[in-house]
Design a protein around this ligand. Structure first.
Ligand SMILES: Nc1nc2c(c(=O)[nH]1)N[C@@H](CN(C=O)c1ccc(C(=O)N[C@@H](CCC(=O)O)C(=O)O)cc1)CN2
Length: 284
């Protein structure tokens, strides 16, 4: 029997209904959640993601501002735009789409976003909150992965989780979220000599390397939950993840597809973070 599919689109639809209901209540009490999205340049994939974020805001009744900037925008001009949004009371979340053109330093840009509007959860403040187990914005992709794992109904506490990848935006926060949920966590990366030694012992595997076929069926423990964060193209130009779906789905207990797994939940958790930010603002 093959693995059960964890349907990120279905979970997104459910979660977005709940966000829409809470956003409507907050709007009725005088605070309409607002998100500002900045896109610099012409990267076609980024343009699609940003369009989907703005459209999702519209569908859920959130206020949104979309600032499309040319590739040649200077870092100083970008920082000035962020500064204006930091001071705009109708905006509760600011997101600068990554990657940025090479002449702009992402760390400087992230540091310019007010920590109480950092709905991407990328700032040093948000990272520190997560390390210390304090409330704060959780990065959208790992936050969505946690929801996908929880949706299986399997307990996380006491399980052995292996995270493959150590980026600031996915791998590291993913490991911390799993740790916070009382899993025993191993982080593997490009310097790990034998990935299979670790993944074959794992109840939960999250793969976020950006490389096709990072995880194959022979490296998976029967019944494991496998979460695929990757978005790549195969030789035929079709979307695929970091997991060799065909072989892994024969061994795993649960698996996320690409597309239709982690991606939609990334946008849903951005909306959740924006709503939470507006709720905090209203409570102040
Ligand atoms: N500021 C940010 N930049 C980037 C983030 C982010 O969270 N914040 N994450 C990624 C891109 N991303 C969101 O921005 C994102 C990627 C993929 C999807 C998605 O729904 N993917 C679909 C497939 C879409 C396709 O056809 O290409 C899926 O997996 O089903 C949503 C959001 C990097 N930058």
């Amino acid at each position: 029997m093959g693995a059960r599919l964890i349907d990120g689109l279905a979970l997104s639809r459910q979660s977005r209904q709940d966000i829409a209901t809470r956003a409507a209540a907050l709007t009725a009490s005088g605070t309409r959640p607002g998100l500002a999205v900045i896109l610099v340049g012409e990267d076609p994939a980024s343009a699609v993601y940003v369009r989907n974020k703005v459209r999702a805001c519209e569908e859920l009744g959130l206020h949104s501002v979309f600032d499309k900037c040319p590739e040649t925008l200077s870092q100083a001009d970008l920082l000035a735009r962020i500064d204006a949004l930091n001071r705009d009371p109708s905006i509760h979340g600011i997101l600068v789409q990554m990657p940025l053109p090479r002449h702009i330093d992402p760390h400087t840009v992230i540091a310019a976003i007010s920590p109480d509007k950092d709905v991407d959860g990328y700032s040093v403040q948000s990272a520190g909150d997560l390390v210390c187990g304090l409330p704060g914005f959780r990065p959208c992709t790992p936050y969505g992965c946690m929801k996908l794992i929880e949706s299986t109904g399997q307990p996380i506490a006491g399980k052995h989780a292996v995270v493959i990848g150590r980026s600031n935006t996915v791998g590291k926060p993913m490991a911390l979220l799993l740790l916070q949920a009382n899993a025993t966590v191993t982080v593997c990366h490009s310097g790990t000599p034998d990935l299979g030694v670790h993944t074959r012992q794992a109840d939960i595997v999250v793969v976020a390397t950006g490389r096709r076929n990072t995880l194959t069926g022979d490296r998976v423990r029967p019944g494991a939950i496998v979460i695929d964060v990757g978005i790549n193209r195969d030789d035929d130009g079709k979307l695929c993840g970091d997991v060799d779906f065909a072989s892994v789905q024969q061994v795993a207990g649960w698996i996320t597809p690409v597309p239709g797994g982690v991606g939609p939940m990334t946008i849903t958790m951005l909306l959740e973070n924006t709503l939470q930010s507006a709720q905090r603002h209203a409570a102040r």
